[in-house]
Structure formats: C-alpha cells, structure tokens
Write a protein that binds this ligand. Sequence first.
Ligand code: IMP
Length: 196
Amino acid sequence: MDLIVASNNKGKIAEYKDILTPLGFQVFSQAEKNIAVEVEETGSTFEENAALKARAIYELTKCCVIADDSGLMVEALNGEPGIYSARYKGLPTEHERRMAVLEGLRGADNRNARFVSSICFIDENGVERLFTGTWKGTIAFREEGTNGFGYDPIFISEDADGRTTASMPISFKEQYSHRAKAVKQLVDAIHRLKTP
Ligand code: IMP
C-alpha cells in the first residue's frame, strides 16, 4: 500500500522508508508524488501541527499519510522553544537558537527540559491516529558535541551519562529519543491493524 510522508526533509523521509517498507508500505515523499504544498504550521501543539500537515496531504491524495512535528520544551522558559523550535526567536542558525536557550536560562535553577515528537498517521479511509513520544532531560551550561542536530549539543538526556546528546553515540538516540518512542507506538499500532 502507498504511504506518503508529508515532509520535504530528506533525512526524515529516508528514516520512515527504512521503518515502514518492511511493514508492507511503499513509502513516497511529497516530491515523489508531485505534491508541492508547504503546509503552514498554525496549530498550538505538536499534535495539532502534525495533524494539519497530514490532513492537507490526505485531502489531496486520499492515500495513507504520515506527518510529524517535534521540538524542545524548557520548563523555566514556559515551554519554549516548543512548536517554534525550528525558528526560535526568528534566529537563522541552530547555533544561535541554542545560544538563545542558554541565555534564557542564565541564573536559572531549574534546567529541566523535554523533547516531544508527535506523529499523525491517516489511513486510506481517513481515520486519524496520533502518537506522541517524550524524552526528559536537562539543559547543559554550554554546547558540547557534534553528533545529531538542532538542540542536541545542549540537551542532556536522563538516560545518558551526563554528556549531551550530541556527545553520545548516534545509536543512543535511536534507542531512547522522543522520535524513537513515537515511531515505536506507530509501528505497534500498524502491527495491530494488520493482525485481525
Ligand atoms: P521537526 O518538527 O522534526 O522538523 O523539528 C523541529 C525542530 O525541533 C528542529 O529544527 C530542531 O530544532 C528541534 N528538534 C526536533 N527533534 C530534535 C532532536 O532530536 N534533536 C535536536 N533538536 C530537535
């Protein structure tokens, strides 16, 4: 069965292809299906944004769709950067956005944070399912490490040994991350759907 990943991010699409092809889906990117829309993320939660993106593509194609949305929530910053993680404070680079988080936490006692990932899966009948994974940790005092992307150089997961995620082996995220947890829920649900 065809499944479209509502994204133009090559890394993300490759990841979903690896996971979902063995489950019997033929996975396509938006580009492969000639869908040029860039859906505006106007929701106020990760779940809403994932659903908005998935619905827009479903309405056009009536095909199975997956869309996701994720980001970092910092307690002492009232949950920011949150849904604005990719464009926090309008800053153009990941480094500047990380520095804005560090600056915002200057002098703060509470450095608790969590990553959140929501996935919306719409099946060929239009039935929506949402899956959300979270990953708790704290914000470091400075950037450290070169693995990963985004806020990884300042996030110290509760599952780690005190190093930032960007300093841990890449396989670490595959096991523990917010995205890994949401994807596991998705895969379990698809297995359940296939088993009458
Ligand atoms: P997206 O919704 O997956 O495109 O992610 C939005 C933004 O959240 C990214 O641009 C990153 O800034 C941040 N983010 C999401 N997941 C991660 C992660 O696993 N590590 C670091 N930053 C992340």
